[in-house]
Design a protein around this ligand. Sequence first.
Ligand SMILES: Nc1ncnc2c1ncn2[C@@H]1O[C@H](COP(=O)(O)OP(=O)(O)OP(=O)(O)O)[C@@H](O)[C@H]1O
Ligand SMILES: [Mg+2]
Length: 283
Amino acid sequence: MSIILDKINYIYSPNTAYEKQALKNISLVIEDGEFIGLIGHTGSGKSTLIQHFNGLVKATSGGVYYNGADIYDTDYNLKELRKKVGLVFQYPEYQLFETTVLKDVQFGPKNLGLTALEVDLRSYEALKQVGIGDDLIDASPFELSGGQKRRVAIAGVLAMKPEVLVLDEPTAGLDPKGRDEILGQIAKIHEERKITVVLVSHSMEDVADYVERIIVMDGGSIAYDDTPRNVFSHYKELEEIGLAAPQVTYAMHALRDKGIPVDVNVTTIEEAKEAVLAWYRKD
Ligand SMILES: Nc1ncnc2c1ncn2[C@@H]1O[C@H](COP(=O)(O)OP(=O)(O)OP(=O)(O)O)[C@@H](O)[C@H]1O
Ligand SMILES: [Mg+2]
C-alpha cells in the first residue's frame, strides 16, 4: 500500500510565454502510515507536487501509482482516489461556506452517500479530534478565530475518512500557540487513525518535532529525502536554498564551537536537553 511517483515532470502553461516547469523528475515512494514533512522555499513546487497525489493535477510526463494501480489509466476511478487521499489546501478557511460549523463538516461525508447517522458520527468524531468543542458546533464558521476555522476545515476532510491526509501549510499565518495546537492535533490524528500524513511547511522548526521523514524541495526537484536528523546535518546547504535548520541545531553547533562536545545532530529540544545533560553528568 503506497503512493509511488515515477519521474514526474510538470509544466504550467506549456508552449506559452508563461511556461514554467514546476516539477522536475520527481520520484518518490510514500508508504502506508508514514508521517512526512514536505519542506521548501516559496515556489519550490510543494503545492504542485501534492496535487499529483490525488490526481487533481496530471503530470506532464511520468507516472503516479496508488496501491499499485496506475491512476492515469483511462478506467481508473479518480473520484474514489480523491476520497482516499484527502487534501487540505493552503488557507482552507476561505472554503468554509455553510451556515454552521457542523454543516460545513458534514458537507463532504454527505456527498459520499452515507446514512445521516454515519455522517453525524463521522462529523462529531472529526470535530472532536481537531479540538472543536460542542459549544462551537452550531456557530457560524465566520465567528471563529483563524486557528479554529483552519481546524474546522481539517475536520471536513477528516470526516471523509481518508487513508492519506495531505495538509498544505496548515500553520501558515497562525501565532505560535495556534501553530502548536494544530501540529499537536495532526500528530495525534496520525497516531490514532494510523493514516499516512504529509505535512507541507516552509518551516523546519514546525515539522522537526513531529515527522519521521523530511522531503526537501528546491526549484522543483527533491534536494533531500531522509530522517530529520540526516536532513538537518546539511544545515549549511539548507540555508543556501532559503531554509534554516531548527534553532536547536544552531544552539548545539554553538556549544560545540565553544568546546563542549555535545551531539550536534539532535533535532528537538527534548533531544538537545538530553545531549546537554549527558555531557554535564559525565564530569
Ligand atoms: N497556476 C500557475 N501557473 C503558472 N505557474 C504557476 C502556477 N502555480 C504555480 N506556478 C509556479 O510553479 C512553481 C511552483 O509553485 P508551487 O505553488 O507549487 O510552489 P510552493 O512550493 O507551493 O510555494 P509556496 O510555498 O509559496 O506555497 C512556482 O514557480 C510558481 O510560480
Ligand atoms: Mg504552496
